[in-house]
Design a protein around this ligand. Structure first.
Ligand code: PHE
Ligand code: FE
Length: 289
């Protein structure tokens, strides 16, 4: 989904649904090494920070610590568990194509891997973000249903011109969502799970706000694509997230009509605040630019 807005043309090598071959045999040993390094770094950091469904999913799938996984191998296990498969795409794909894949339980994943000098950050989703970050959560039956429902809802939202609101829901759940557990806050958002620095920041740093998830609040809140989030939204359970999103958004979109956007760091009277952020990190970054 063009959470990062840009116009994209289908490369000639891609099929009508924008999928390409993963061409697993063509990855170089240096590229496999990039995966192995990122994999080790994240699996060292994530126990006690990632949610159980993610850690369980990581165990259940053959994601290969030693190198880039072969989608054909992942799909054998994943399809058995929840009926999802991973398909390779060249990078970002148009919204309608993205939603159609999700609605059919296919997760479009980037085929390329970042360069060794991009270990800490890159803006486009590569195979490490897409596969390590997103795919383990797809082994959870509830989250698997949520992602499919999101795809269906995306196609409907496009027809109604409401994609900007729905994109924020994706951002603050699928990419940057936190989950409340008896042991403390845990990560389920792939944008955090695939980033070493944000895995620590999202859970431990005093800078960001952490607020109880509220559907309309989330849909009105701006987000940043270029740095750590300034606000995270916390769901009480994945089932609760699925429950509030399963209802028809028609009425929700109508109520949102004409309501102003909420700034990325705002706290509002109705917010259930878990942590009131100092925003020290964001302020420091702003002072530097
Ligand atoms: N219920 C939403 C609608 O009616 C679809 C949706 C489901 C969106 C789950 C996001 C997640 O459009
Ligand atoms: Fe992503």
């Amino acid at each position: 989904m063009s959470l990062i807005p840009e116009v994209i043309a289908k490369p000639p090598s891609a099929r009508a649904d924008w999928t390409i071959d993963q061409s697993w045999t063509r990855y170089s040993s240096a590229q496999h090494q990039v995966w192995a390094t990122l994999y080790k770094r994240q699996t060292d950091l994530l126990p006690g920070r990632a949610c159980d469904p993610f850690l369980k999913g990581l165990d259940a799938l053959d994601l290969r610590r030693s190198g880039i996984p072969d989608f054909a191998r992942i799909n054998e296990g994943l399809f058995q568990l929840t009926g999802w498969t991973v398909v390779a795409v060249p990078g970002l794909v148009p919204d309608a194509v993205f939603f159609d894949h999700l609605a059919n339980r296919r997760f479009p994943a980037g085929q390329f891997i970042r360069r060794p000098d991009q270990m800490d950050y890159l803006q486009e989703p590569d195979i490490f973000h897409d596969v390590f970050g997103h795919v383990p959560m797809l082994t959870d039956p509830v989250f698997a249903d949520y992602m499919q429902a999101y795809g269906q809802g995306g196609l409907r939202a496009m027809g109604r011109g409401q994609l900007h609101n729905l994109a924020r829901l994706y951002w603050y759940t699928v990419e940057f969502g936190l989950l409340r557990t008896p042991q403390g806050l845990r990560i389920y958002g792939a944008g955090i799970l695939s980033s070493a620095s944000e895995s620590v920041f999202a859970i431990e740093d005093p800078s960001p706000n952490r607020l109880d998830f509220d559907l309309q609040r989330v849909m009105r809140t701006r987000y940043r694509i270029d740095d750590f989030q300034q606000t995270y939204f916390v769901v009480p359970s994945l089932q609760a997230l699925l429950n509030v999103t399963l209802r028809d958004f028609g009425a929700v979109y109508e109520r949102l009509e004409g309501q102003p956007d909420i700034p990325i760091d705002a706290l509002l009277p109705g917010d259930q605040v878990i942590t009131r952020g100092t925003q020290a990190y964001a302020n420091k970054r702003q002072a530097q630019t």
